[in-house]
Design a protein around this ligand. Structure first.
Ligand code: ADP
Ligand code: MG
Length: 728
């Protein structure tokens, strides 16, 4: 065994769980490090509080004088809690979060030291951000961007730093981050959904999109993870023979959480709770050493911030427990990868979940309105929704028979399918009183108030209705939820706007009653969006064929999936909803393509290093040993040696075959990479990586995994799957 692997295995086997002390009740810890409404109530004047609350609920501007007051209060609160620095916390297009810390400490002109933090520092900052990806928006001579305070997501103390959630935009106003478009999309869906919700309840003044994500991840011993360059640099194992045992026994799913992992989770939950992240459930997932964590759902912008923060906290806490967290969508071949289901709904400021059936026909008509409009929106823009979850790493997971396919479809279950079928049969135009009664009592009225327990579950669906919310299942574990949430809320906003327009025309010009008009429009939507509904097995080959007949998109890789971002329809959609301009869209597509290329480029390089500097030298060393054994036998026994060395010959043949195969494929991959690198157009380059470079990864892996099976374990240089997946 190589020294590195040997030491790592030894270290991992001798680990003791890091003991965690529970400090008080969860509810007492909750949000203690957050400058939320409660802390604002204590620290702000009435004027300032009202101003901030106005900004949160209606997006009104906060005046500079008030900002100064808020900053002063925030500073006092933070310093009291031990903070020494502050930072604007933002989400550049790298997908992660960024921060640049400044000390509160400052010097006056006379040399005295003070703690300084004013409205100016709170509201706007100019990070030297020229090297964040921008897709060509900022030329280097105009590389300036600024971060601006997002008061809808409260500031929090992380370690000793006061973090202020911000958007990141260029001086020319274009979004350079994932948060700004999300906020715009949430605004759009608020406007559109509020207008429609008013049909049913005039007192509604705001609709919030809600998001509850479920984060899956792997926990790997730190020493073992660090002993593998591929895990360290790419987040996944590029090679590795499957362990004799995988997930086939299903003994991990919902099983007893191993004590080391449990201690990590307890620690994580305490820290997250202090940060106001309402973590709630934890359990083992399907694959060995794979787990899931889910919070109580929140308003979508806050939920996105909390997910990003959580991922960061997880990294840090894992380190304390000698773990490495893997967020990669497919860290190990042969066992399930990790996703991040996005549970989504719309909630009014009157406390109503618009996707939850109610106790009266009117409430159910409201439910049906939002339900059918969501279906229609997803039907129209299914390809765009698919593009929002496309990434190099998620390509390994989608469509692999463990996560939804690359085809977007909606599962609604038998009960609701029946309701929609009946609605479809409703006659056009004005309804007779009998028809109306029949409809209200026997169709709409039949929707049970509590669907949750009645909906059948379909785990293979990309977009499933689960009783009072939709669950988007294709989102990758690493993905920033802001991306799918921006698209989903934008398309629903667009759809609800169109719906309102149609209903108003029927009411104002055709003299239909409002409920008649609603029925009429919904009936058309049900008819025209049928193809997106599919309750069968999403993993099956038949579905692929069926989906093709239905003309649903099936983009199997990221370069293909990203193309739709800049079609005429997409540009019109994002433009009309004021979410992204054409320039911003093109920039985003460029950044996503670039990200795809870079990820594959890095994987190619790491593979090259693994093969040439780790695998081949070890295998050749073993080969030498086998050869010397054979020639020793020959020396000793003369011609009779052959019979004695049959096994050795077989081993040697295997080694020869796979050593040369490995070298050959690796060199060919390097050549293909060179050719791809010479292409300047991002789209063509991404396609070249996808079609001409990536296929070699599997070929290389094949030879390497064969060699791993042949090799003397003592000489194998890398931690094996059984060590990575079963050490705990
Ligand atoms: P499952 O694993 O069966 O899908 P979980 O209970 O693990 O179910 O996850 C359900 C998720 O859905 C939780 O994160 C929860 O907060 C979220 N959720 C529940 N209601 C809503 C809602 N109205 N809007 C958004 N998310 C919701
Ligand atoms: Mg789920």
């Amino acid at each position: 065994m190589s020294k590195l692997r040997f030491e790592a295995v030894l270290e991992s086997r001798n680990r003791k769980p890091v003991q965690i002390e529970e400090t008080g009740r969860r509810s007492e810890l909750y949000a203690m490090n957050v400058f939320n409404e409660e802390s604002m109530l204590q620290h702000l004047t009435k004027d300032a509080l009202e101003s901030v609350e106005g900004a949160i609920s209606t997006g009104s501007k906060i005046e500079r004088k008030i900002a100064d007051q808020v900053a002063e209060a925030m500073k006092g609160w933070a310093i009291n809690k031990g903070a020494t620095h502050y930072t604007h916390w933002f989400q550049p297009l790298t997908g992660a979060t960024a921060e640049k810390h400044d000390a509160f400490f400052d010097l006056l002109t006379d040399g005295r030291a003070i703690e300084k933090f004013g409205g100016g520092q709170l509201v706007q900052q100019e990070p030297d951000a020229s090297s964040f990806p921008n897709g060509g928006i900022r030329n280097t001579f105009e590389a300036r961007g600024y971060t601006a305070w997002d008061p809808t997501s409260p500031a929090f103390i992380y370690g000793t730093t006061l973090c202020i959630p911000t958007i990141f935009v260029s001086y020319t106003g274009e979004a350079l981050d994932n948060k700004a478009p999300l906020l715009r999309a949430l605004n759009a869906v608020d406007d559109a959904a509020t207008a429609v919700a008013k049909y049913f309840d005039k007192t509604v003044t705001k609709v919030n999109a809600t998001l509850g994500w479920e984060q899956e991840y792997f926990l790997i011993d730190k020493a073992l993870a660090n002993s593998r360059p591929d895990l360290m640099l790419t987040g996944r194992t590029l090679i590795g023979n499957q362990a004799a045992k995988g997930q086939q026994l299903d003994d991990h799913y919902f099983g007893v959480i191993p004590s080391r992992a449990l201690n990590f989770m307890m620690d994580l939950e305490i820290e997250s709770t202090k940060l106001g992240i309402p973590v709630k459930t934890r359990h083992n997932e399907v694959a060995p050493n794979q787990f899931e964590l889910a919070p109580v759902y929140e308003e979508a912008n806050l939920a996105v911030d909390h997910n990003l923060l959580l991922m960061d906290v997880m990294d840090k806490i894992a380190d304390r427990h000698n773990f490495k967290v893997l967020f990669h969508e497919k860290p190990f071949a042969g066992v399930n990868g990790s996703g991040k289901h996005n549970n989504w709904s719309l909630a009014t400021d009157t406390g109503v979940n618009l996707l939850s059936p109610g106790s009266t026909p009117m409430k159910n008509l409201q439910f049906l309105t939002f339900f059918v409009n969501t279906i229609k929106a997803v039907d129209t823009y299914e390809e765009l929704l698919r593009s929002s979850i496309a990434s190099a790493s998620n390509d390994h997971r989608l469509g692999g028979g463990e996560a939804p396919p690359t085809i977007i479809s909606i599962f609604i279950g038998e009960q609701l399918s029946n309701v929609l079928d009946e609605l479809e049969g409703v006659s056009k135009g004005k309804l007779s009183p009998e028809e109306k009664t029949e409809l209200k009592l026997n169709v709409v009225g039949k929707i049970p108030e509590i669907l949750l327990d009645n909906t059948d579950r379909n785990r293979t669906s990309a977009f499933a209705f689960t009783g009072n919310k939709f669950e988007m299942r294709g989102v990758g574990a690493k993905t920033n939820c802001a991306k799918p949430m921006t698209v989903l809320n934008t398309i629903v906003a667009k759809q609800l706007k169109a719906f309102k327009k149609e209903v108003d025309v029927l009411v104002n010009k055709k003299n239909l009653k409002k409920d008649e008009a609603v029925f009429n429009v919904l009936r058309e939507y049900i008819k025209t969006s049928k193809r997106i509904r599919f309750d069968g097995d999403g993993y099956s080959v038949d579905w692929e064929k069926e989906a093709e007949k239905r003309k649903l998109s099936n983009n199997k890789n990221t370069p293909e999936a990203l193309a739709v971002m800049t079609t005429k329809e997409s540009i019109e959609l994002f433009g009309s909803m004021h979410v992204l301009s054409e320039v911003e869209l093109r920039a985003r597509q460029e950044v996503d393509l670039e990200d795809y290329i870079l990820n594959n480029q890095i994987e190619g390089r790491v593979l090259n290093e693994l093969v040439n500097n780790y695998i081949l030298p070890s295998c050749i060393e073993y080969q030498t040993k086998v050869i010397s054994n054979i020639s020793g036998l020959k020396n000793l026994y003369g011609t009779g040696y052959k019979k004695m060395a049959e096994a050795q010959h077989l081993i040697l043949e295997g080694l020869v075959e796979h050593i040369s195969g490995l070298k050959k494929e690796c060199d060919a991959m390097t050549d293909a990479r060179r050719s791809a690198n010479a292409i300047s157009d991002s789209n063509k380059k991404a396609v070249a990586y996808c079609k001409t470079v990536k296929p070699y990864f599997e070929k290389i892996r094949y030879h390497s995994d064969r060699l791993e099976r042949l090799m003397d374990d003592r000489l194998w240089p890398l931690a094996k799957y059984q060590e990575l997946l079963f050490a705990n």
